[in-house]
Write a protein that binds this ligand. Structure first.
Ligand SMILES: C[S@@+](CC[C@H](N)C(=O)[O-])C[C@H]1O[C@@H](n2cnc3c(N)ncnc32)[C@H](O)[C@@H]1O
Length: 230
């Protein structure tokens, strides 16, 4: 049964594991934007019935994938298949358990993979929407001793400049986007990295970037962005 659109609930996450990234300000920056931009006919301006496959890359607890699965109950025109992937075994276990507990009957397709490396070929050129809240903090560097230390886990460490993991994602992503129609990639960046350098890289890779929202948290701004074809 389709429920009333005026009452999207906050997605509920029954389990978080110690080593899995818990839903945080950046996660809700994404979800709050989607809640505002989804209605019976459109997803952020795209016809909602044209969206056939959505990927939540780096799913963590699974919260963004679960959010998409949940809103299908509210929108009869929204029938997209939902995929969720992560490099971490613990994240995939946690997200799978959350899906089972909420009882979506295994509707989310989970893939354990370092970016797209383990994605099956039949998913190439298929995603209309991809969301990635990547690790976005720079590795800790000790320049005097010429040492760069990785942060201890893949939840945070984005590489030397903070966006190496994200740039590698962008190099691989083109093979997995459905370029037959307009697609969107949503991602989080941080003011603690060199954003003008990141923007240059995005242009070289052929993407147009729009800033959708920002939130100031402690020492940095976290920024929600959307990419589309230049
Ligand atoms: C900042 S957390 C975001 C978690 C969740 N999407 C959220 O918004 O709450 C980043 C996630 O990306 C995953 N990740 C890091 N490097 C990855 C890679 N190379 N391939 C796939 N996932 C990766 C981490 O394991 C972690 O779950």
């Amino acid at each position: 049964m389709v429920k009333n659109i005026n009452s999207f609930p906050d997605p509920s996450i029954p389990y978080t594991f110690d080593e899995v990234y818990p839903p945080s300000d950046d996660t809700y920056l994404i979800i709050d934007y989607f809640i505002k931009e989804i209605n019976e006919n459109f997803f952020d301006g795209l016809p909602i019935n044209s969206i056939k496959k959505i990927l939540d890359m780096g799913t963590g607890t699974g919260i963004i994938a679960l959010f998409f699965q949940e809103i299908k109950k509210y929108l009869s025109n929204f029938t997209s298949k939902i995929y969720a992937s992560d490099i971490s075994d613990a994240a995939i276990r946690c997200a799978t358990l959350n899906e089972k507990t909420i009882n979506y009957k295994n509707n989310i397709n989970f893939i354990k993979s370092d970016l797209f490396r383990k994605f099956p070929p039949n998913l190439q050129h298929s995603f209309d929407i991809i969301v990635f809240n990547p690790p976005y903090l720079p590795s800790i560097s000790d320049k005097e001793n010429n040492i760069i230390r990785r942060r201890s886990d893949s939840n945070w460490d984005g590489g030397e400049r903070g966006f190496e993991v994200f740039l590698e994602f962008l190099r691989q992503v083109k093979d997995f986007l459905n370029s037959e129609q307009k697609y969107y990639i949503y991602y989080i960046s941080s003011s603690s990295t060199d954003l003008s350098e990141l923007n240059e890289e995005l242009e070289i890779l052929g993407f147009q970037n729009s800033v959708l929202n920002k939130r100031h948290i402690f020492f940095e701004d976290i920024i929600l962005n959307r990419l589309e074809e230049l």
